[in-house]
Write a protein that binds this ligand. Structure first.
Ligand code: TA6
Length: 292
């Protein structure tokens, strides 16, 4: 468990920009408040739960029913799926989406830079180290760097499981993945996306394969476009639970599916990453928003 917020504040607070605070559930978090944006990042899972750039409504969605007990993954923002995505490949008792979204991360550094306020967290697993640098400004930059600290090759999956806030999921379109193939996780079958953008008409749970494409979520209700640009990610996951799955999620409101969609920058399956001893791999995501 990280140290208490007050002791961390002395080391990491940045005047007029960032404070270490006690957040929901008594969990420590970083509160960012600058002319460029307001944001929150919890030590739990290093989960960014809010990013609201100046002159815009919140860009990330976090469920009103999210649980902040220091055990469960926070439902919303940007949970980090690592070192596997979804179910563990061999251990049915292992937690879904890996080990780190439900663990406390260690805050290493806070700093101001030209792109905004930066926070650096780290989390150590047995053979891999995860360094996570987030820059909060007029754009949101997320960089997950995995280092192989063992003496043999290590293969991992990852996803920055980004929940985006939208006015009505049934009316958004997601552009950029035209002509990519996707694995439909609901049927375990592969399909071509074709030349049309993605639109939600039912539960949608797709892993787009072997794509480095930038995605644009076009939201006619909030009259904005959210761009998700990525480097070091070969898969993109698009998810909306729609009605029935929403009703089955205890930490998600039955109607909250209308206010969110996930566009996740990932490395899954054939796009899993293998790093040699001492080597590193970085997935970097930049999220920006513009009025339509
Ligand atoms: O990213 C899509 C997905 O894999 C869906 O299958 C759904 O399970 C979602 O992640 C959320 O997973 P969670 O374990 O947080 O409920």
């Amino acid at each position: 468990m990280p140290e208490s917020a007050p002791t961390l504040a002395d080391q990491f607070d940045l005047p007029d920009a960032l404070t270490v605070e006690t957040g929901r559930g008594g969990l420590p978090c970083l509160k960012i408040d600058t002319p460029d944006c307001r944001a929150l990042q919890y030590f739990h899972g290093a989960t960014v739960t809010n990013w609201t750039p100046a002159d815009h409504a919140p860009v990330l969605f976090t469920s009103d029913r999210a649980v902040y007990d220091g055990q469960k993954a926070i439902r919303g923002g940007v949970p980090i799926c690592f070192p596997w995505f979804g179910g563990h490949p061999t251990d049915p008792d292992a937690p879904s989406h890996g080990l780190v979204r439900t663990a406390p991360w260690q805050l290493l550094q806070t700093a101001r830079g030209s792109a905004g306020v930066e926070a650096r967290f780290v989390h150590h697993l047995d053979q891999l180290r995860a360094d996570y640098r987030v820059t909060f400004g007029s754009t949101l930059r997320l960089a997950l760097t995995v280092t192989n600290t063992s003496d043999s090759d290590q293969t991992f999956e990852s996803a920055l499981h980004t929940y985006l806030a939208v006015g009505d999921a049934a009316r958004v379109t997601i552009h950029g993945l035209e002509h990519a193939d996707y694995l439909d996780q609901l049927t375990d079958t592969i399909h071509p996306q074709g030349d049309q953008p993605i639109a939600f008409t039912a539960e949608t749970d797709r892993v787009y394969l072997n794509t480095q494409a930038t995605c644009v979520v076009d939201d006619p209700v909030l009259e904005r476009k959210i761009t998700v640009e990525k480097l070091g990610s070969g898969s993109t996951v698009v998810w909306n639970p729609w009605t029935d799955k929403s009703a089955r999620l205890g930490d998600f409101g039955d109607q909250e599916w209308t206010r969110m969609c996930c566009v996740e920058s990932a490395n899954i399956g054939d796009q899993a990453v293998t790093v040699a001893p001492g080597e590193q791999h970085t997935t970097a995501v930049t999220i920006r928003v513009e009025t339509r």
